[in-house]
Design a protein around this ligand. Structure first.
Ligand code: GLU
Length: 416
């Protein structure tokens, strides 16, 4: 059970870090608050002819350093508090990576697995039209998040373009590669997680080739993280899970085969070459690295004492509660925080946006090299702050990000 509201938890993280900066209380208060919050209630005609009303959100937390940036999720449990927290985290994530963006997030309260493809398309188009008053290539640029993908981004881009009367590729990122998308965007969050897992192991003196890894969540982030950790770091991925359950094999999985199985069967829980485990059991396995890549609050005060991993690399947003964070820190577990560990996605989103605006596209090597270089630089910058103050990595990442956003806010001044 979550110990407090997600947005409150996020603000507590900020409060812990802001003390290490010389940001004045008035300025800190600006940085804590979302700039714009939009709630939309909108009708969608279902296949059988009846009409359902859905609730959607778009929040721009901060735009001091550039347009708002952040994904849109479709989930039955999403709510305004969650979207506010996620937009808040995007502000610090883009700043940690030194991208010229602010932070935003959106969501629709819906279980997309219960909709037909045409219902999903109508819902996506109507939602995007409803939030369009806040959206645009120079003011707010959405992207995929939980349960949304390149197909949904293509509908979003088309809807915006139809409404304005010209094709605006730069209005969303994470589009299909042949429709203004970027090479390497699909794997980007997983690739960033891989870079952070590799650097975390290096920091702890763990040989990646002898390391074991467990991945909770087998969506876009979990799949690519597992694949690249196995293929490029040579570590053994011994456990994976999704919402239906997990599977464990101490000898390690062929991740490519697992991904194929997930696409065919819709879950990894029934994969025959391993022992069935629950999501809770996966988190507590005796592995070197744990990658929580599902939803918020996976690691909480009830299980933090039993986490055996030496490093936790947060593929999801907000997978560790603040109480759990403290427990893990005291126990010497290195937690690479979400605003750094999963920033690979928004970083390649930035590359995609730049390519769209310039109408000039890069090749996959250029994308991968630029991403890996930026992830490494951000990891090293955060580590330096961690060592300087002798604090956890999350607080260090916040300090770096808060200083950047505070600088922009101060330099611009308060209007009027
Ligand atoms: N939804 C992703 C995140 O949480 C990506 C956001 C983006 O690419 O704008 O970072």
């Amino acid at each position: 059970m979550p110990e407090k509201s997600l947005y409150e938890m996020a603000v507590e993280q900020f409060n812990r870090a802001v003390k290490y900066t010389d940001v004045e209380p008035d300025l800190a208060e600006i940085l804590r608050r979302p700039k714009r919050v939009l709630v939309v209630e909108f009708p969608v005609k279902m296949d059988d002819g009846h009409i359902e009303v859905f609730t959607g959100y778009r929040v721009q937390h901060n735009i001091a350093r550039g347009p708002a940036k952040g994904g849109i999720r479709y989930h039955p449990d999403t709510n305004l508090d969650e979207v506010k927290a996620l937009a808040f985290w995007m502000t610090w994530k883009t700043a940690v990576m030194n991208l010229p963006f602010g932070g935003g997030k959106g969501g629709v309260k819906v279980d997309p697995k219960k909709l037909s493809k045409s219902e999903l398309e109508r819902l996506s188009r109507r939602y995007f039209s409803e939030i369009q008053i806040m959206i645009g290539p120079h003011n707010d640029i959405p992207a995929p998040d939980v349960n949304t993908n390149a197909d949904v981004m293509a509908w979003f881009m088309d809807t915006y373009s139809m409404n304005v009367g010209y094709t605006a590729l730069g209005v969303v990122t994470g589009k299909p590669v042949d429709l203004g998308g970027s090479e390497g965007r699909e794997e980007a969050t997983g690739r960033g997680v891989k870079v952070c897992a590799g650097l975390a192991m290096e920091t702890l003196g763990i040989d990646p080739k002898k390391a074991t890894v467990a991945v909770q969540g087998f969506g876009n982030v979990g799949q690519f993280a597992a694949l690249l950790i196995a293929k490029e770091l040579g570590s053994k991925v011994v456990a994976v899970s999704d919402s239906k359950g997990g599977v464990y094999n101490p000898s390690g999985f062929d991740v490519e085969e697992l991904i194929k199985y997930k696409h065919e069967e819709g879950t990894v829980a029934t994969y025959p070459k391993g022992e069935r485990i629950t999501n809770e059991e996966l988190l507590e396995l005796d592995v070197d690295v744990l990658v929580p890549a599902a939803l918020e609050n996976a690691i909480h005060k009830g299980n933090a004492e039993r986490i055996k991993a030496k490093a936790v690399v947060e593929g999801a947003n907000g997978p560790t509660t603040n109480e759990a964070d403290e427990i893990l820190y005291k126990r010497g577990v290195l937690v690479v925080p979400d605003i750094l560990a999963n920033a690979g996605g928004v970083t390649v989103s930035y590359f995609e946006w730049v390519q769209d605006l310039q109408a000039f596209f890069w090749d996959i090597d250029q994308i991968r090299n630029a991403l890996e270089k930026m992830m490494k630089k951000a990891f090293t910058d955060v580590m330096k702050i961690k060592e300087k103050h002798n604090i956890d990595m999350r607080t260090a990442a916040y300090i770096l990000a808060i200083e950047r956003v505070a600088y922009a806010t101060k330099k611009r001044g308060i209007y009027p």
